[in-house]
Design a protein around this ligand. Structure first.
Ligand SMILES: Nc1ncnc2c1ncn2[C@@H]1O[C@H](COP(=O)(O)OP(=O)(O)OP(=O)(O)O)[C@@H](O)[C@H]1O
Ligand SMILES: Cc1ncc(CO)c(N)n1
Length: 286
């Protein structure tokens, strides 16, 4: 396909506003791999640099808020974005910068992944940043993608109160009160043979939840699943998909990437982001 100027038609544009993961599996690196696999033009605004590997997070340095703003203006003032996702936002100032840009550039298709900790439990967002995210960013989001611990933190309830499917549906509905138009409560941290994500919409008050099921894959190397999910949703939204279709596609993308995951280093290894494109050619035994 060619555009009116005789060049190749441009792919949809997706932007991630997140932290760098030096290990390459999560954060900016995982997001850009996901964007590439799903055929969108990927862009990044780096909010923090982490020294990180399969064993955990060794060091974190937040990027100065002015530099975050400069990156946002460079990208959005020139190239623009059809959809945006946020990941690690290390300070309240970084949350405010992201929220201001979303407003200023009129970005409707925003996915907020309320990242709190890394897999090793290391805190990626301080308490104040997490509070700022709830106040400033969630009301602008088309979709929020909390896991169970993040949902519990937002709702101020213990994690053990969000266990059964009914409890998780109720929690997802309650999370709509933070102002996002949809909530996808992820099931990676829940129990059982099924890995069930629950999607609710503010348009019907959460009364008709969509249950996005799939087998729980017995894999150890799951570093970056949350980042892959939210960036895959973002890519699908950039391409024009509706929220539910985007979540279903993202879940299938992540399941394929988990099925093909592989060891890196001595700890929790990486997803195989290309597994989806390869059409299930990886079965996890490689
Ligand atoms: N073992 C698994 N088998 C199949 N799907 C899984 C598995 N673990 C997680 N998922 C899926 O991966 C996606 C991310 O969910 P998860 O709850 O792991 O996110 P997260 O906790 O934010 O990830 P992270 O630990 O990277 O921050 C969801 O769609 C979830 O259903
Ligand atoms: C930079 C970064 N963002 C998000 C996560 C969550 O997996 C991580 N481990 N690192």
């Amino acid at each position: 396909m060619t555009d009116s100027r005789g060049g190749r038609a441009a792919p949809p544009r997706a932007l991630t506003i997140a932290g760098s993961d030096s290990g390459g599996g999560a954060g900016i690196q995982g997001d850009l791999k996901t964007f590439q696999e799903l055929g969108v033009h990927g862009m990044s605004v780096v909010t923090a640099i982490t020294a990180q590997n399969s064993l955990g997070v060794q060091r974190i340095a937040p990027v100065a808020p002015e530099l975050i703003e400069a990156q946002l203006d460079s990208v959005l003032g020139d190239i623009g974005a059809d959809a945006v996702k946020t990941g690690m936002l290390p300070t309240p100032e970084s949350v405010a910068a992201a929220a201001a840009a979303v407003r200023r550039y009129g970005l409707e298709r925003l996915v907020v992944d309320p990242v709190r900790t890394a897999k090793d439990g290391r805190r990626l967002m301080a308490g104040e940043a997490f509070e700022a995210l709830a106040e400033l960013l969630l009301p602008l989001a088309e979709l929020a993608t909390p896991n169970v611990p993040e949902a519990a933190a937002l709702l101020g309830v213990p994690e053990r109160d969000i266990r059964t499917v009914d409890e998780r549906v109720d929690a997802a509905k309650a999370l709509l009160s933070f102002g996002s138009r949809h909530v996808l409560l992820k099931g990676g941290h829940a129990e059982g043979d099924e890995c069930l994500d629950i999607l609710v919409a503010a348009s019907d008050g959460g009364r008709r939840p969509a249950l996005l099921g799939g087998p729980r894959l017995a894999r150890r190397h799951t570093h970056g699943t949350g980042c892959a999910l939210s960036s895959a949703v973002c890519a699908a939204l950039a391409g024009g998909a509706a929220a539910e279709a985007a979540c279903r596609e993202a879940k299938a993308f992540v399941a394929a990437a988990i099925a093909g995951s592989y060891p890196t280093g001595a700890g929790v290894g990486s997803l195989r982001h290309e597994a989806w494109r390869a059409g299930g050619a990886f079965d996890g035994r490689r």
